[in-house]
Design a binder for this molecule. Structure first.
Ligand SMILES: NC(=O)c1ccc[n+]([C@@H]2O[C@H](COP(=O)([O-])OP(=O)(O)OC[C@H]3O[C@@H](n4cnc5c(N)ncnc54)[C@H](O)[C@@H]3O)[C@@H](O)[C@H]2O)c1
Length: 301
């Protein structure tokens, strides 16, 4: 796949958007980054440059490659800045209505051949595509967190995705050196159908005081060989995002995906995890430190 001169746009400069933008720039695309919150895309670009710098310091990336990747990313303050792209991926909040409104705007702005992708964790792609005049150009490309480190990407065709859109997205996954995982268009796809019940049950185990935050995560790490416990993982995903994903899957598949009450309370309290510095754990430099004392006090009541 030819990358030079091709514009790859990312909407949403949060946890996932930044990772996707970095990977696309490292693969050689010109990347345009947009976020509706003022200053978020600029701040995001600084974060990406720091991450590229860290890779250089660790000897994992040549200095010249880090520099050229950073220079390939530009920020736009206006959604119109993504108009000339061959591929646009959105990584905004996991909520139906804002995503559909965005797809409707992108459909008006972009050319009839631009592929519009969603990084949604759970929302059916056919539903998002229904907001556009070219549903054949809409596809799910669900990256994993942290994007530069995770080897897989889910690819989801809607009822109307064209073979050409599908093929080009497969080529893109190859260009990014990601193993594609295919799923049909059901809420939660494959990965979150498996992962979310684990996280939700882990939260319930803590909520009903069967065990502690540390022991639940240690159980997954030392007895199941998971690299990260489910509570630390939810903090890393963002507890708000975990809650949104469970709610979307619950809408389609029922009660068994109902978010645990403790998760709802934590989102209401702003304990979102890594992105706010506190969730099940207190977080410093993207790493979980000790268990959040405020949460422990709440659980003792
Ligand atoms: N966090 C994860 O581990 C993870 C993993 C895979 C997929 N996802 C999915 O990726 C998407 C983004 O998740 P995230 O964790 O990066 O969220 P996030 O909360 O970290 O970031 C979302 C960003 O989108 C911006 N935004 C919101 N509405 C917008 C709009 N209308 N236009 C432009 N920008 C807007 C916000 O300002 C924010 O910067 C979600 O669909 C989520 O389900 C998340």
């Amino acid at each position: 796949m030819e990358t030079s001169g091709q514009i790859f746009s990312v909407i949403g400069a949060g946890t996932m958007g930044l990772g996707i933008a970095q990977v696309a720039a490292q693969a050689g695309f010109q990347v345009v980054l947009y976020d509706s919150v003022e200053g978020a895309a600029e701040k995001g670009l600084e974060i990406i440059n720091k991450r590229l710098q860290k890779l250089v310091e660790k000897g994992e990336l040549e200095k010249s490659l880090a520099k050229s990747a950073g220079e390939k990313i530009s920020v736009t303050h206006d959604l119109e800045g993504v108009a000339g792209s061959f591929f646009v991926i959105e990584a905004i909040t996991e909520e139906r209505e804002p995503k559909k409104a965005l797809f409707q705007k992108l459909d008006r702005l972009c050319g009839a051949s631009t592929i519009l992708a969603s990084n949604t964790s759970s929302i059916p792609i056919t539903e998002l595509a229904s907001a556009t005049r070219h549903p054949e150009n809409v596809i799910g490309m669900h990256f994993m967190n942290p994007v530069p480190l995770m080897a897989g990407v889910e690819i989801i065709k809607s009822l109307k995705t064209s073979e050409e859109t599908y093929r080009k997205t497969q080529q893109l996954a190859e260009k990014f050196s990601k193993q594609p995982v295919y799923s049909s268009d059901k809420a939660g796809f494959v990965v979150n159908r498996i992962l979310m019940p684990l996280i939700n049950e882990a939260i319930r185990v803590v909520e009903e005081e069967t065990s502690t935050v540390e022991d639940v995560d240690n159980g997954a790490k030392y007895c199941l060989n998971h690299p990260l416990g489910p509570l630390a993982l939810s903090d890393l995903i963002g507890n708000d995002t975990t809650h949104h994903i469970l709610s979307v899957i619950e809408d389609e598949l029922g009660e068994r995906f109902k978010p645990a009450s403790l998760l709802t309370r934590m989102v209401e309290a702003g304990l979102l995890g890594n992105k706010t510095g506190a969730g099940f754990y207190l977080w410093v430099d993207n790493k979980p430190q000790e268990v959040n004392g405020q949460l422990l006090n709440y659980l003792k009541q």
